[in-house]
Design a protein around this ligand. Structure first.
Ligand SMILES: Cc1cc2nc3c(=O)[nH]c(=O)nc-3n(C[C@H](O)[C@H](O)[C@H](O)COP(=O)(O)O)c2cc1C
Length: 173
């Protein structure tokens, strides 16, 4: 699959088969996340790999009961290390850069999953504090996305997008 095909065929996958995703593949996916751009190259991201059923269940409960978080064979939680970002960039690092960088890492991972024939979702609707508690994250590690990953059992229709003219502004608003 070439790059454009990967981008165009990516969908948010919410149904997975029972087939597992091996540790080496999870590592390959995370390693592409680690290649993302980050403010000052401080790489203020952290990744928590979750396979334990009870933990996935607790995470899904704190993500509005979203069952794809429980049903995926593996879940990767991408988190922002605000301590690292704040140390270098102060408030802007703490409030923006660390989340933007973790988002960039997430996007790389979602696209790599597609290129490997896998599917994933970026689950952002969750209660942050309980997720921190479940995963024993220190306060300065803030979860940004819960990524259920697996073999797609169903590929949804492409959702519509706002039009080019609606979102692109020439020179000024
Ligand atoms: C910040 C963010 C939060 C999201 N939260 C959720 C979520 O909680 N659950 C979910 O199933 N999908 C979630 N999504 C995925 C979007 O629903 C999805 O990207 C959008 O509907 C477009 O569909 P597509 O990804 O297939 O193009 C989230 C995406 C982003 C970027």
């Amino acid at each position: 699959m070439d790059f454009e095909e990967v981008i165009k065929s990516r969908r948010t996958i919410r149904k997975f088969t029972d087939e597992d995703v091996p540790d080496e593949t999870v590592r390959e996916i995370i390693e592409t996340g680690m290649l993302a751009p980050s403010a000052g190259n401080i790489q203020s991201w952290e990744f928590i790999i979750v396979r334990d059923k009870a933990t996935k269940h607790s995470l899904s409960q704190e993500a509005l009961g979203q069952m794809h978080v429980f049903e995926a064979p593996v879940v990767i939680v991408v988190a922002a290390n605000i301590k690292l970002a704040e140390k270098r960039y102060g408030a802007r690092g703490r409030d923006a850069y660390c989340f933007l960088s973790a988002g960039a890492a997430t996007m790389n991972m979602l696209l790599t999953a597609v290129s490997l024939g896998l599917g994933a979702a970026w689950v952002g609707s969750f209660k942050e504090r309980p997720v921190q508690e479940i995963l024993k994250l220190p306060d300065y590690i803030r979860p940004v996305g819960i990524i259920p990953l697996g073999h797609p059992a169903e590929i949804p229709e492409k959702p519509s997008r706002r039009g080019y003219k609606e979102v692109v502004h020439n020179e000024k608003w």
